[in-house]
Design a protein around this ligand. Structure first.
Ligand code: PLP
Length: 371
């Protein structure tokens, strides 16, 4: 199997599994218990939190562990809205974890403005500024889009929000571990361990000290009383270990993954006409979202799967849904172009040979579909 769906999830790194293993069996203590087993678990969580805070560039008490990216996004948006009740501005290309949560808040009475990207996939700071109102309390723009990989001008948007005293949140699920964190002027970010070779079921919400936000889960005093529930120690240890590995030689891995992705695209473009890249602006090294004229993306996906290549159409979370990708249509693609699009996402373990093999198979599939 040639796995080209790293934007959906990544395999657990064996070194991460090794770091996690003791906390399933021998060191199984509840991190809230007073005895030594409990203290060992609590220390492991403290170490993990400290490491993640240092890597993000914040204080340890600004890090909350969640069940993943969806929970971090939901908590930030819902929590801040509940505390402030103001106008919400989101990019129209946010993950469903943000968009659908905001639409639910809209049903509950919130004012929401969605800001569309240009054709290249970028949501400009100017268009965000134009959408802001005197009562805006929350602006959310992801650091990089999960379908196209296109990088968003979050630094400028964060500065704009800071000038106006508006909370800025950035979903960093796709960029965490790939790009350095930059939280200057940023009120909150969220990310998820399974996107960088960590375990599924654990994520991080960074929230700047003093952010007005309510508790997510009412229970015990875990996560400083903000999110009750027994601490998933092994997952948290795994999240920190995966992040440590991801940021080690980060730039080298980034260059390598881009090289593999570019080799794949070069081969596709050399042999096929009627193929375009969705998202022509600078993007993450892993992503290649291509529109194959005259083909159904779902058909390419199924044939590729039969031939041993794992890819996706739209975002994994939307797979199976009949509606075309909201990201691609927001960028101005027609429904047909959106349905003809496929996302390939590369990872550190893909080889140049695999990129060439995969391109060769995709070329054959597309030629066959086009007849
Ligand atoms: N945000 C983005 C940009 C994503 O790509 C994803 C997952 O694909 C999520 C949020 C949701 O993260 P999780 O799967 O950890 O809930």
């Amino acid at each position: 199997m040639i796995y080209l769906d790293h934007a959906a999830t990544t395999p657990l790194d064996k070194r991460v599994l090794e770091a996690m293993t003791p906390y399933f069996c021998e060191q199984f203590g509840n991190a809230s218990s007073q005895h030594s087993l409990g203290r060992t678990a609590a220390n492991a969580v403290t170490e993990a939190r400290d490491f993640i805070a240092r890597t993000v560039g914040c204080h340890a008490d600004e890090i909350y562990f969640t069940s993943g990216g969806t929970e971090a996004d939901n908590w930030a948006l819902r929590g801040i809205y509940a505390a402030t009740k103001g106008h919400i501005v989101l990019s129209a290309i946010e993950h469903p974890a943000m968009i659908n949560c905001a639409k639910q808040l809209q049903k509950e009475g919130a004012n929401l403005t969605l800001v569309f990207p240009d054709k290249s996939g970028v949501v400009s700071a100017q268009s965000i500024e134009a959408a802001m109102r005197p009562d805006t309390v929350f602006v959310g723009v992801m650091s990089a889009n999960n379908e196209t990989g296109v990088l968003q001008p979050v630094k400028q948007i964060a500065a704009l929000c800071a000038q106006r005293g508006v909370f800025f949140y950035s979903d960093c699920v796709q960029s965490a571990g790939v790009l350095p964190f930059d939280i200057e002027n940023v009120g909150g970010i969220g990310f998820s361990a399974h996107k960088f070779y960590g375990p599924k079921g654990v994520g991080v919400l960074y929230l700047k000290r003093g952010t007005p936000i309510g508790r997510l889960i009412i229970g015990g005093m875990q996560e400083r009383g903000m999110r009750g529930g027994t601490t998933p120690v092994a997952n948290i240890v795994g999240c920190a270990k995966a992040l440590e590995l991801a940021v080690t030689d980060r730039e080298m891995k980034e260059r390598y993954v881009a090289l593999v992705r570019n080799r794949f695209e070069e081969k596709i473009f050399a042999s096929l006409k009627g193929v375009t890249v969705n998202g022509t602006a600078p993007r993450l090294p892993a992503h290649s979202n291509l529109c194959f004229e005259g083909c159904e993306g779902e058909q390419i996906l199924m044939l590729a799967d039969m031939l041993g290549i794992a890819i996706s159409t739209g975002s994994a979370c939307a797979a199976g849904a009949v509606t075309p990708s909201h990201v691609l249509t927001a960028m101005g693609l027609s429904e047909e172009q959106s349905r003809s699009s496929v996302r390939f996402s590369f990872g550190k373990d893909n080889t140049l040979y695999q990129a060439e093999q995969a391109a060769g198979i995709i070329i054959k599939i597309v030629n066959k579909i086009r007849g």
